[in-house]
Design a protein around this ligand. Sequence first.
Ligand SMILES: *Cc1c(COP(=O)(O)O)cnc(C)c1O
Length: 432
Amino acid sequence: MTADAPPPPSKLAIKDQSYSPATLAIHADDRLNAHTADVAPALHVSTTFRYSNNPTDLVPAADEDCDIDNAPLVYSRVSAPNTTRLEAILASLCKGHALTYSSGLAAFFALLTYLKPKVIAIGGGYHGCHGVIDVHSKLTGLKKVDLHDEKSWDEAGLGKGDIVHVETPNNPTGSALNLEEFAEKARKRGAYLTVDSTFGPPGLQDPFAQGADYILHSGTKYLGGHSDMLCGVLVTKDREAWEKMWAERIYLGSVMGSMEGWLGVRSVRTLEIRVQTQSRSAEMLARWLDACVDPSDTTDEGEIVKKVISKVVHSSLQEEDMSWLSKQMPGGHGPVFAMHAKSMEMARALPSKLHLFHHATSLGGVESLIEWRRMSDLTCPDTLLRMSIGVEAFEDLKRDLLDGFKALAEEGASQADTQMPIQTKEGTGLPT
Ligand SMILES: *Cc1c(COP(=O)(O)O)cnc(C)c1O
């Protein structure tokens, strides 16, 4: 794309939702294939772009009436080829107008800046979003109330223009909340429903179908999918809001880098197959582990798992919620679930016994991760292990966990042995 020649018309209209998401992930940006025969898009690193060489084409900039769809490239804080391409695909996959940001939290900050609520209702969820709210509170006096305590909404006067913010599935457990219920509560008060759908990427759920006004993604997770880029995404059906947030982003300055935009395009091409595999494996692992910790299970595997794990949490195990949950997550459950170890020591030691799971924070990548969650979130129980399932084979992941439990249980047993007084000829004493 050059500044003086707009891209030629697309073979595929951006709003053409008659194609399935797998197809749109590959072709929704075809209209941006201007002046180049590249099949794989080029990485454009330029921050600035030449104006037209034709003086009569030179029209001074005016933000208000800029046509974003056909805006010429000027400066990469305004728009840039790689991020625009990523936004074109995300718009298709998320069924709205999409904007990208330098990180998920930058996107959330931009959303609060645009909507300027006086009150926000929010549950537990990702602790970083609470940090963003604290910063906004400092700037604007924004009040935070508990999502699950409507009395606190009343006391704070949550009403028109305020925000009900729901993260589902929820960090760090992968359990789900009923969006329709919160959409109804928000609607009654004239508040917006904003949904952090990071744990339920496109393909698993579409929060607009349950009444969301704005959708937030940390694109760092499933959209990026390879643990190598930071990205935030906001999506809305409201074209005017999208244009205004785009204009505000120019001054917030929190745009994605071109390298990340390029990586993002490369990543979302395979979003569907990655997430389907991850979702399927996570559900099978969560169900297997949950069955193992059941007291009625007396299999050998069950005995081993029970030595280390006391409880498993995941939306796939919310049997009583399946009537709304199967509607809300028609594509499958999220690839993150949580395990509670029987002790803090076990939770802390298990990651070191695994070979396939990296012990690291974050989620959504092709690599399976386990995190003793206390490492990054002091508010969560010290026995909690957060699991992010990657695209490795299910059987291998299962075996790795089982071997890890076994090693930990044996070590625990031998440590217990060494703590026990040992009978010697000379008498009783601990080994030195
Ligand atoms: C990671 C995450 C964020 C923050 O995203 P960054 O890209 O790290 O800024 C927000 N919400 C949820 C649910 C997340 O997992």
